[in-house]
Design a protein around this ligand. Structure first.
Ligand SMILES: *Cc1c(COP(=O)(O)O)cnc(C)c1O
Length: 391
């Protein structure tokens, strides 16, 4: 045999995704295939919808997972709801709203953008003023911006959008399963995510949920969706009662997602969010004890993706190589306006653990010659200083 069986190196995945996968999810993936139209497999899809409703915080009937990574979820949101001439308002404060803008432009949409520096978020007043001024048909924002570590609250944006009859699209790729998304309470019409960030499965599926109003708009659309593969009307016929063949769903990925969601359900959302928040607070305490600063203002930070600023003269590539070769830890750097300025540290899903937080702080401390990070984090764990509400 010229090629050996591939044996990956042991890695601790603490970048912006993929994150660590629980052994039970790998175990689920080793199960033999059934066909994608096997009556038993439709039970797997039903379970997946039901569990997704739980993590999304929704009663939306239309709750599915698209075949493809998070980007496929974004593409499905665009091509099904944005046509030539559709007026789309985008809150542009990071990379993923730029990607969304590009997709809309390719549909010939009329895109208007409210720009803010990377790492900042929109106040309720700013959000409302932009929407009232533009009166768009679609409003898009990134709930958890993975390129910056900033958290954008959803409620005020959705309320203002609904007042002018617009539908809202929220990118929840880095929040779903790690922070409250609460689709119904916030009034999000179209939410999509990915499996490999806070849900703790490998990349390959994009959870997506549509409100009743979004389903109505989808049904009343006259032109055919330009994409056949992510046409939600066609995909709905496969998930719905007629179970009409559309494409061969990635069976094994559904085993993985179902098990990952079952683990979320077993842990409970509340405990899971509290765990993400606690590890976030402990990590930040450790970073600050080493004299480093966080990019994002305290009240705007994600619990799932942290962006400590690199100290002056610290080479991001060299530091990341050190972490990878000495400790097997993967973290990524910043890009775009943040290139060379920050680290992007994911504490998502199964990667959000005390043992990983302490290991990374210890490794960073050794590299930077700054002790005290681990002790500061331990103080947070001892105090369990996370009592109280979310954010
Ligand atoms: C990762 C990510 C995506 C894209 O997901 P892929 O799985 O890489 O296709 C989209 N939006 C946000 C906010 C992300 O973090």
């Amino acid at each position: 045999m010229p090629f050996d069986f591939y044996q990956p190196p042991h890695r601790i995945l603490m970048g912006p995704g993929p994150s660590m996968v629980d052994p039970r999810v790998y175990q689920a993936m080793a199960a033999p295939l059934v066909g994608h139209t096997d009556p038993d497999f439709f039970g797997v899809l039903e379970d997946t919808s039901e569990l997704l409703r739980y993590v999304f915080g929704t009663r939306n009937k239309f709750t599915i997972a698209i075949s493809g990574t998070g980007t496929a979820g974004m593409e499905a949101a665009v091509v099904n709801f944005v046509e030539a001439g559709t007026k789309v308002a985008v809150f542009a404060n990071g990379y993923f709203s730029d990607r969304f803008t590009d997709m809309c432009a390719r549909q010939g949409a009329n895109v208007v953008r409210s720009e803010k520096p990377w790492g900042s978020v929109y106040s309720d007043e700013e959000a409302r003023a932009f929407i009232e001024c533009e009166k768009p048909q679609i409003v898009m924002f990134v709930h958890a911006e993975t390129s910056t570590g900033a958290y954008q609250p959803a409620a005020a944006i959705c309320a203002a959008a609904h007042e002018c009859g617009a539908l809202t699209i929220a990118d929840c790729v880095t929040s779903l399963g790690g922070m409250p998304v609460e689709v119904d309470a916030n009034g999000i019409d179209i939410a999509y995510s990915g499996t490999q960030k806070c849900l703790g499965a490998p990349p390959g599926l994009a959870p997506l949920t549509l409100s009743g109003k979004a389903v109505e708009r989808l049904r009343s659309r006259e032109s055919a969706c330009v994409s056949w593969y992510v046409d939600l009307k066609l995909i709905d016929e496969y998930w719905g009662n007629s179970h009409r063949y559309h494409h061969t769903t990635p069976i094994t990925m559904f085993y993985a997602l179902r098990e990952a969601l079952r683990l979320c359900h077993q842990e409970t959302k509340e405990a899971r969010f509290a765990r993400h928040r606690l590890n976030h607070l402990a990590f930040v305490a450790g970073i600050e004890a080493m004299g480093l600063e966080m990019l994002v203002a305290r009240e705007d930070r994600l619990w799932t993706l942290q962006t400590p600023r690199l100290p002056d003269g610290c080479n991001d590539g060299e530091l990341r190589r050190y972490l990878l070769t000495e400790f097997g830890i993967e973290v990524l750097g910043g890009f775009g306006p943040l290139a060379g300025k920050v680290l992007r540290v994911g504490l998502m899903g199964a990667s959000s653990r005390r043992q990983y937080v302490l290991l990374l702080l210890g490794a960073l401390g050794t590299y930077l010659g700054e002790r005290g990070g681990v002790a500061a984090a331990e103080t947070v764990y001892e105090r369990k200083a996370w009592r109280g509400g979310f954010l």
